[in-house]
Design a binder for this molecule. Structure first.
Ligand code: TMP
Ligand code: ZN
Length: 401
């Protein structure tokens, strides 16, 4: 395959096998038509970007039944209010500001700008979540962002001071189109600010479940700089985040227009020390994934042999990679509890484990809970003290016990 960024020939360094759509929760009468593709990550030795080889059509992933609502997590609501405040305090100034967010989901971030009376526009391809955003007072258009959408927005609203994104940029195969869109949309001193799960954190924890259909890229600062450089942008700031199991916030501006924070040099140095630019790092990662798989399957089989009930906690998109890569089905996990109504009563993609409302977990504790929403660990441990107090055990696929 060719690198999506620089056209260099690249070869996947491993395969996670056949995968369904990560957010494709379904009913038994849909099993026969379930879509599968082979999930294979690759690393480009020319521009250092980490990407998956084959990706299903965007229409199969982002549509009017899209099962992911950002607003379901209180912690994320708090996170986005801080994200918005940080952008306002550090990277925006002047009057009559105009801020655009791409992939604005249910408006969880933009509502913080709406409350400040800042002109804003969300660009969101999934009609159902866009509708939810409008209910929260967030102006939203149902579109994929790209050069044409940027031109349309400029025609209607003028150029923007900031283009924002969160957990979206890594979903987009044509980042050159996004960069071109940013070029048209942003004022001369405008900023592009986005955050996504961080390659450095994934490699450090062997958190391979970050790799699924929607995450076509996992970024490092080094790769982000290389992606936007040909379009005239440079990294001017970086801020590591705890969200999604370790994320990075990137700020880019047109070259030479804004001061560059020392964080940029520091983090690029740390990435080189961790070998994020070296192919052997990914061979080592592959070995760690195989070890993690063997461990998790062994632990679940031990639970089963001991007659203990195991329930999954959080039917996350990430869990689709774990369940399908490790071959874990309803024989090892009774059901997965999840607070998102649209997932409840359905079955997990590929392995068809039932998804039940939270009450199914809380009203009849299992012996062991496999924490698929491990990235929300802090929030979940705070509210689930009773489970552990009654002898309940937590498991994750991350760890080496
Ligand atoms: P995410 O990891 O992609 O943010 O998805 C989290 C999923 O976990 C989402 O479907 C909601 C679910 N969830 C729970 O069921 N209980 C919780 O306490 C939290 C935080 C999330
Ligand atoms: Zn490349």
């Amino acid at each position: 395959m060719k690198c999506r960024i620089c056209d260099h020939e690249i070869t996947p360094f491993m395969s996670f096998g056949k995968m369904p759509i990560a957010n494709g929760f379904l009913l038994p009468d849909q099993y026969d038509d379930e879509y599968f593709f082979e999930l294979k990550p690759a690393f480009c030795e020319q521009c250092y970007s980490f990407q998956i080889d084959d990706q299903p059509d965007p229409e199969l992933m982002f549509h009017d039944q899209y099962a992911f609502f950002s607003r379901t997590s209180k912690f994320m609501q708090h996170h986005f209010s801080e994200y918005a405040a940080w952008v306002c305090d550090n990277h925006l100034s002047g009057n009559d500001l105009f801020v655009v967010e791409l992939g604005s989901n249910d408006g969880i971030m933009l509502e913080n700008f709406a409350k400040r009376g800042i002109r804003h526009l969300g660009v969101e391809p999934s009609a159902n979540v866009a509708e939810e955003a409008r209910r929260h007072g967030v102006d939203t258009i149902v579109r994929f962002f790209g050069p044409e959408t940027a031109t349309e927005i400029v025609g209607k609203h003028g150029q923007a001071d900031a283009l924002l994104a969160a957990n979206v940029m890594c979903h987009i195969p044509d980042l050159n189109g996004i960069a071109e869109g940013a070029n048209r949309l942003l004022k001369q001193d405008g900023v592009l600010v986005f955050e996504d799960p961080y390659l450095g954190a994934m490699i450090e924890k062997s958190a391979y479940d970050q790799i699924y259909d929607e995450h076509v890229f996992m970024f490092s600062a080094i790769s982000v700089a290389n992606i936007f450089d040909p379009h005239g942008f440079e990294l001017i700031d970086l801020l590591p985040q705890e969200t999604h199991g370790g994320s990075m916030r990137y700020v880019l501006a047109r070259k030479g227009v804004r001061a560059v924070s020392p964080a940029v040099t520091d983090i690029v140095k740390a990435e080189k020390a961790a070998g994020l630019h070296l192919p052997e790092t990914y061979q080592h990662f592959r070995e760690n994934c195989e070890a993690s798989k063997a461990r998790l399957v062994r632990l679940l089989q031990e639970e089963k042999a001991a007659g203990r009930r195991v329930v999954g906690y959080g039917a996350t998109s990430k869990s689709t990679t774990i369940l399908n890569y490790c071959g874990i089905g309803p024989d090892l996990i009774e059901f997965i509890s999840d607070t998102t109504p649209i997932k409840q009563g359905k079955y997990t993609p590929g392995k068809h484990i039932p998804v039940k409302p939270y009450a199914a977990f809380a009203e009849n504790y299992p012996d062991t809970a496999l924490l698929f929403a491990w990235n929300h660990q802090k929030e979940i441990m705070q509210k689930e003290g009773d489970f552990a107090a009654q002898g309940g055990k937590w498991l994750t696929h991350i760890g080496d016990d």
